[in-house]
Design a protein around this ligand. Structure first.
Ligand SMILES: Cc1cc2nc3c(=O)[nH]c(=O)nc-3n(C[C@H](O)[C@H](O)[C@H](O)COP(=O)(O)O)c2cc1C
Length: 185
C-alpha cells in the first residue's frame, strides 16, 4: 500500500485533524439568566459522560458553573449561520434565543432549556469540574437524550478552525469486520 507524502505543520494545527465531533450549542440557565454558546471542543469520556472545554470568559462558563447543569444541542447544517453568530456574541449582552429565532424547549431533568430547532438534545448534570487556569474542563453526565425521529443521520457541522467547517456526509458500514463484543446496538 502506498504511503502518503507529508509536510510539517505548527502543532496548533492539530485541531484540524482531531476535532471531528459535531459542533454543539451548549445552553445553560441560572436564576433569570440563560445563555447559549457554540462549542467545538468536547469529547466522550464514557458511554454517558461528556467533557466540554468552556473558556472562563464565556458567560456560559459562569452559568454552567453556578447551576451545574446544561443541555448539549446538536444542530444540523441548516443552522450553520446561527451557530457562527451564537459563537460571536455574548449572552451577557443579548438573548440569543431571540436574536437567532430559536425556540427554547422545556427540559425534564435540568433547568437549562433545549433548542427546539436542533436534531438532538442531551440533558446533562455536572459530574466533575477540572477547572484550572489551563483546563476549564466540565465533565457532564447525560441524564436524558432526545433525538429527531428523522432524518436518522443529521448533516452535522464540524469545525476545522479558520472559519471553515466540514459537513458530515454518507455512512459506511464495516460491521462485518468487528468482533461481536466490540459492537454496540
Ligand atoms: C465554531 C465555534 C466553536 C467554538 N468552540 C468553543 C469551545 O469549544 N469552547 C469555548 O469556550 N468557546 C468556543 N467557542 C466560542 C464561544 O462560542 C463564544 O465565545 C461565545 O460567544 C460564548 O457565548 P457566551 O458568552 O454567551 O457564553 C466557539 C465558537 C465558534 C464559532
Amino acid at each position: 500500500m502506498a504511503t502518503i507524502r507529508k509536510r510539517d505543520l505548527p502543532v496548533d494545527a492539530s485541531r484540524r485533524f482531531l476535532e471531528p465531533g459535531p459542533v454543539l450549542l451548549l445552553c445553560s440557565a441560572h436564576g433569570d439568566q440563560r445563555a447559549i454558546m457554540t462549542l467545538g471542543w468536547h469529547m466522550m469520556l464514557g458511554y454517558d459522560l461528556v467533557g466540554t472545554y468552556v473558556w472562563e470568559d464565556n458567560h456560559s462558563h459562569a452559568l454552567a458553573r453556578r447551576s451545574r447543569e446544561c443541555t448539549l444541542n446538536v444542530p444540523g447544517v441548516d443552522l450553520l449561520d446561527a451557530v457562527v453568530g451564537i459563537g460571536n456574541c455574548s449572552s451577557g449582552e443579548v438573548d440569543k434565543f431571540r436574536r437567532f429565532g430559536l425556540t427554547p424547549t422545556r427540559s425534564r431533568e435540568v433547568s437549562a432549556p433545549g433548542i427546539g430547532q436542533c436534531h438532538a438534545i442531551l440533558e446533562c448534570r455536572l459530574h466533575e469540574a477540572r477547572i484550572t487556569r489551563d483546563y476549564p474542563l466540565f465533565v457532564w453526565r447525560v441524564l436524558r437524550l432526545r433525538a429527531a425521529v428523522s432524518p436518522a443521520l443529521p448533516r452535522t457541522v464540524h469545525y476545522r478552525g479558520g472559519g471553515r467547517f466540514m459537513v458530515s456526509g454518507g455512512e459506511v458500514s464495516r460491521r462485518r469486520l468487528f468482533r461481536p463484543d466490540m459492537l454496540d446496538a
